[in-house]
Design a protein around this ligand. Structure first.
Ligand code: NIG
Ligand code: FE
Length: 388
């Protein structure tokens, strides 16, 4: 037995564990020892613990795992959003507006802004978070973006291949050389992952491959933005390279779906983007019915999806993407964990990190049933209350 103090949460009306044997328990209790889950089961069988906390008939779910965000930026693009809602289509080129603002910001300003957004996320139940660079796009600005991100998460991603910045517009090949050379060299010590935006108007499949291969040579695992604005070759590339995840997946061919199924690569869906760009939502039903692993994430960024709210994304996924509430919650927790190659989060079974969310609702269905309502009463990370 461990000597760590133990706490038992009782009075859980519905506990989502994601244990394949018993994924949801009613009238449940959960014991935490140190920073880990030690026991889950019926309240009537709960073992004694040092501290007993009654959650008062509320639902408890695993903390959300937001596996895709771009939090290191300055400024916003509200005028661009307003223009879009008046009919102007979304274009990847808007990223350059944020690059200029980000380069002009100090490290302290960037850090303070990320801290504000991370706290916003904690209040909405996010306990594991991936953060990308991608608004610096110079050696110095990419490295410092990742150094800022590292203060908040281990799951940092080098996205020097976001768009070709204005000063390299005449010579994209030279920019790819920079990304795969000195920029990667400076970024790699601060990053776990490497990513590229494989899309018309950003990087083609050969450029994306070059970035992912160079990143792998520096010990970075790959993930990819693909098929956001139209069908393209990125999903097949992600499957071929066995990447952990390919993100967006809004426009998929049958060959893409077959490749995802065969590779086991997670398809990360980002419904905040379709909400904010007025594009068609991805078809999650098609993916789930094909046996593909699906994650849901916020893609929080100032251009295509300025929401920090996973509950909002869950509600969109249920309403617009053919998912059941249980499937959407799974995708936003266990799915995100798989997309990050993590087995310690995204579920509440013995041994997992005690990252959990108490909802002011009797069941997790309320996350989609009561869209826009702040249902998160408390967010715990490693058994510590971080919001609520
Ligand atoms: O994931 N797709 C590329 N990158 C972001 C958009 C960034 C922006 O518009 O600033 C995304 O949607
Ligand atoms: Fe993104």
């Amino acid at each position: 037995m461990s000597n760590s103090p133990s706490t038992v949460l009782t009075g859980i009306a519905e506990l989502t564990t994601h244990d394949p044997e018993r994924p949801v328990l009613s009238d449940a209790a959960l014991v935490v020892e140190g920073s880990r889950v030690a026991w889950v089961g019926p309240t009537a069988e709960a073992p004694a613990a040092d501290v007993r906390v009654d959650v008062g008939g509320r639902a408890v779910v695993p903390g959300f795992v937001d596996s895709h965000s771009h939090l290191v930026f300055a400024g916003d693009r509200a005028p661009e959003f307003a223009a879009r809602m008046a009919g102007t289509p979304y274009a990847a080129g808007g990223i350059r507006t944020t690059v200029a603002a980000t380069r002009a910001a100090s490290d302290e300003q960037l850090t303070a802004h990320v801290a504000r957004l991370v706290q916003e996320m904690r209040r909405q139940g996010t306990t594991t978070l991936e953060i990308k660079s991608g608004y610096g796009l110079s050696v110095h600005d990419e490295a410092r973006s990742l150094a800022v991100a590292r203060q908040f998460t281990e799951e940092t991603t080098f996205l020097g291949a976001h768009v070709v910045p204005a000063e390299h517009a005449d010579d994209p090949a030279a920019y790819v050389e920079l990304v795969t050379g000195p920029m990667l060299e400076a970024a790699a010590p601060h990053a776990r992952w490497v990513d590229a935006f494989c899309e018309t108007g950003a990087f083609d499949v050969d450029q994306a491959r070059a970035v992912l291969v160079a990143g792998a040579a520096h010990g970075l695992r790959g993930r990819l933005h693909a098929s956001q604005l139209g069908p393209g070759p990125g999903v097949l590339l992600a499957a071929e390279l066995g990447l952990a995840a390919v993100d967006h997946c809004t426009y998929l061919t049958d060959a893409d779906v077959d490749a995802l199924r065969d590779s086991g690569t997670v398809a990360t869906l980002l419904p905040g983007v379709e909400f904010s760009t007025r594009q068609p939502y991805p078809d999650a039903r098609r993916l789930l019915d094909a046996g593909i692993h699906v994650a849901i994430a916020s893609d929080c960024n100032p251009g295509s999806s300025y929401t920090s709210s996973v509950p909002f994304c869950i509600a969109l996924a249920v309403r617009e993407m053919g998912m059941t509430p249980a499937e959407a919650l799974h995708a936003a927790t266990a799915g995100g964990a798989r997309a990050l190659g993590r087995d310690d989060v995204g579920h509440l079974t013995p041994g997992a990190r005690a990252d959990l969310v108490v909802l002011d609702a009797p069941s997790a269905v309320h996350l989609a049933y009561r869209p826009g309502v702040p249902l998160v009463v408390a967010t715990l990370m490693g058994a510590e209350v971080v919001a609520g």
